[in-house]
Design a protein around this ligand. Structure first.
Ligand SMILES: Nc1ncnc2c1ncn2[C@@H]1O[C@H](COP(=O)(O)OP(=O)(O)OP(=O)(O)O)[C@@H](O)[C@H]1O
Ligand SMILES: NC(=O)c1ccc[n+]([C@@H]2O[C@H](COP(=O)(O)O)[C@@H](O)[C@H]2O)c1
Ligand SMILES: [Zn+2]
Length: 274
């Protein structure tokens, strides 16, 4: 279609990935198909960002293992990557900050590409002009749009008191965009309908209905492992082997952080979250 522009998109998934499962990888494929089917987007990259140990979720094993398992799981993908930046931060990092970090990183890569390509100097000037106008809240015309990819449970967690700052939610859905995969037991459309903050940005929230319902969760996988049950075909084989080789996930590891409050709840409890 003439004059019809297609927006390049990068997808960012934040989470524990404790461990990564086939469903985490499926989320990316489902999201890409959904966005590209609209004819408005081309998905150029997927990024998995395992949360740091400072998140303090019960049973969360060391980030180095979770990152390595995610690396093994994505070896066969030509577009999904793993980024360890978030996992290496000394303290838990708000998701809005992680999204900002990756947005800036993508923009810097674009700018570098332009720098080496002198023929494109006019485009570079345009980006610089955008920056000088202080338009940090506007996407430069040439870097891909970054969308946060999550399951419907994470979207619905926006409603949990003291878990998310309202301005972070507004920034994620308003400035970047969200793509959400349905999950057993969640009703994302209803949740969006009932939230004024989300309804306002509903055009930036893409809900992907997964008809092949699949309730794989890392919790199920850890439970099976503790009981010596097979987890084959729920996770990539390389991840199953890594878990066996390093003897990960035991009754003991499930007790990690058992008496600790989740980092966002610690940070926001008592503080104004509006
Ligand atoms: N079966 C699934 N369907 C849809 N989304 C999923 C599914 N499993 C995980 N996700 C999404 O993947 C992201 C990372 O989730 P996370 O690491 O918490 O995995 P999980 O399987 O939910 O683990 P846990 O059981 O430990 O909470 C989240 O956005 C989550 O909603
Ligand atoms: N306020 C926030 O930014 C906030 C709150 C809760 C969870 N999260 C993120 O959402 C993801 C949720 O992961 P889990 O579903 O594994 O708990 C993590 O990446 C975590 O950092 C962000
Ligand atoms: Zn989860």
């Amino acid at each position: 279609m003439e004059g019809h522009s297609v927006t390049r998109v990068a997808l960012l998934a934040c989470g524990s990935f404790n461990p990564i499962t086939n469903m985490h990888l499926r989320m990316f494929e489902l999201a890409r198909d959904h966005l590209e089917d609209t004819g408005n987007y081309r998905v150029v990259k997927g990024i998995i960002s395992p949360v740091g140990d400072g998140y303090k979720k019960k049973g969360l094993i060391e980030a180095c293992h979770r990152v390595e398992m995610a690396r093994l799981a994505t070896e066969s993908s030509d577009w999904i990557t793993v980024d360890a930046w978030e996992s290496l931060q000394p303290e838990w990092v708000e998701t809005a900050k992680v999204v900002r970090h990756h947005y800036q990183k993508l923009a810097a890569v674009e700018q570098n590409n332009d720098d080496v390509d002198t023929v494109k100097f006019a485009k570079k000037r345009r980006i610089e002009e955008n920056c000088h106008q202080g338009s940090s809240h506007q996407r430069s015309r040439d870097s891909p749009q970054l969308m946060l990819l999550c399951g419907a449970d994470v979207l619905e967690s926006f409603g949990v008191p003291n878990l998310w700052k309202q301005e972070d939610i507004a920034e994620i859905v308003g400035r970047f965009g969200l793509i959400c995969i349905t999950r057993c037991g969640n009703e994302p459309q209803k949740f969006i309908h009932q939230s004024d903050a989300l309804w306002k940005h509903r055009k930036n929230i893409h809900v992907v209905h997964e008809w092949v319902t699949n309730d794989i969760s890392a919790t199920h996988v850890r439970r099976a492992l503790r009981r010596g049950r097979s987890v084959r075909y729920l996770l990539p084989d390389a991840v199953v082997h890594y878990i066996q080789d390093h003897e990960l996930y035991s009754a003991e590891s499930e007790q990690k952080n058992a008496d600790v409050i989740l980092a966002p709840l610690q940070r926001y409890a008592g503080a104004s979250s509006s």
